[in-house]
Write a protein that binds this ligand. Structure first.
Ligand SMILES: Cc1cc2nc3c(=O)[nH]c(=O)nc-3n(C[C@H](O)[C@H](O)[C@H](O)COP(=O)(O)O)c2cc1C
Length: 328
């Protein structure tokens, strides 16, 4: 029988299917069901940098309580009522009691400020790894690519100074020099790159002229972007690769492993088809491996990467003249 074990972030996963960060990974009952259906690891719903910074502010005011800042106090009272940060740490502790697969905490962030010290608390709470979801939209016409890239680097450096946890970085694909930048990041002590995050998509309601959200969930066809870049970067980066976006079935998992991924993350499909889909996807991967006589993931991982595929140029092709000219 095929062995689906894989190494990711220095952790041994029983198989490469990771439940990606989403609202699903907020509830213990979902996590238990994911585990029951065979998931390899779970990324918890992200805590936002802003939430952590608010909590730090509260601590600062507490320690100088002889000074009165009425506005800050109001705000803090309101925030303390939610206490999301402590809840998050408690949730990590609870998952480590109830769930046996690796638990990866997640933070959405955009600056290298004091919040980075929070990485320590995540480590002490018992998480097995930390995923940083960094997304800086290059929307400011006065900010150069070099400035934006430095911001990514600074965040990662500061987080790495603050924790011994294995760190993965989840990125979007808005980079002009994507290959160079990914390779450069992978030389840092991060253990993994998660390609790619899927941004919020805006739409316009033409009746009330409001900006709305659209396309909350991915489609199967969206796998193409991460597949291309996993294939292109496999064997070039010095960290593990985890594919994310558009993986909706077992074939999608197999494709990403062939391209060179160590693991994959799934989110939309769990909303659309249910958590039980993890089991179906795993059964497909196992059957495919048996049919093709692969005993372990390493027997075929990266077999279709840019470096090893017999037709690497296909991954670089963006203007497909022959393809488009046949359509009338
Ligand atoms: C409802 C929902 C909530 C999400 N919340 C987070 C989050 O908190 N942090 C994060 O890094 N990604 C979040 N994501 C993004 C997913 O982890 C994933 O990167 C993205 O949906 C693409 O994967 P998919 O095609 O399998 O859905 C969320 C996705 C969905 C659908």
């Amino acid at each position: 029988m095929a062995n689906l074990e894989t190494q990711y972030l220095g952790l041994t996963l029983r198989n490469p299917i990771i439940a990606g960060s989403s609202g699903m990974s907020l509830k213990m009952e979902n996590l238990l069901e994911m585990e029951k259906n065979g998931v390899g690891a779970i990324v918890l719903k992200s805590l936002f940098e802003e939430q952590i910074r608010f909590e730090f502010k509260k601590q600062m005011v507490d320690s100088t309580s002889n000074i009165s800042y009425p506005e800050a106090e109001d705000y803090i009272k309101q925030y303390t009522a939610q206490n999301e940060v402590e809840k998050y740490l408690n949730f990590i502790r609870e998952t480590k009691k109830q769930i046996s697969v690796p638990i990866i905490a997640s933070i959405n962030c955009y600056s290298a400020t004091d919040w980075v010290e929070f990485a320590k608390k995540i480590e002490y709470a018992g998480a097995d790894a930390l995923e940083l979801n960094i997304f800086l939209l290059p929307s400011d016409e006065n900010t150069t690519a070099a400035t934006i890239e430095k911001q990514y680097s600074d965040i990662i450096d500061r987080v790495l100074e603050n924790t011994n946890l294995p760190v993965a970085v989840k990125l979007g694909n808005y980079f002009t020099d994507l290959s160079r930048f990914m390779v450069q990041l992978s030389w840092k002590k991060i253990k993994g790159l998660v390609l790619f995050n899927r941004p919020f998509s805006p739409d316009i309601n033409i009746n009330d002229l409001k900006v709305t959200a659209t396309n909350m969930f991915s489609h199967k066809e969206e796998i193409a972007t991460s597949l291309r870049w996993i294939a292109m970067l496999s064997g070039k980066v010095h960290s593990d690769l985890c594919a994310s976006t558009g993986i909706h079935d077992g074939a999608g998992v197999v494709k990403q492993l062939l391209a060179g991924a160590n693991a994959v993350q799934v989110a939309s499909v769990l909303y659309q088809k249910g958590i039980g889909e993890i089991k179906t996807m795993l059964a497909f991967v196992e059957e495919w491996m048996d049919k093709n006589n692969y005993k372990s993931i390493d027997d075929f991982r990266g077999k279709m990467s840019y470096k090893t595929s017999t037709n690497p140029a296909a991954y670089e092709r963006v203007q497909f003249m022959k393809y488009y000219s046949g359509i009338e």
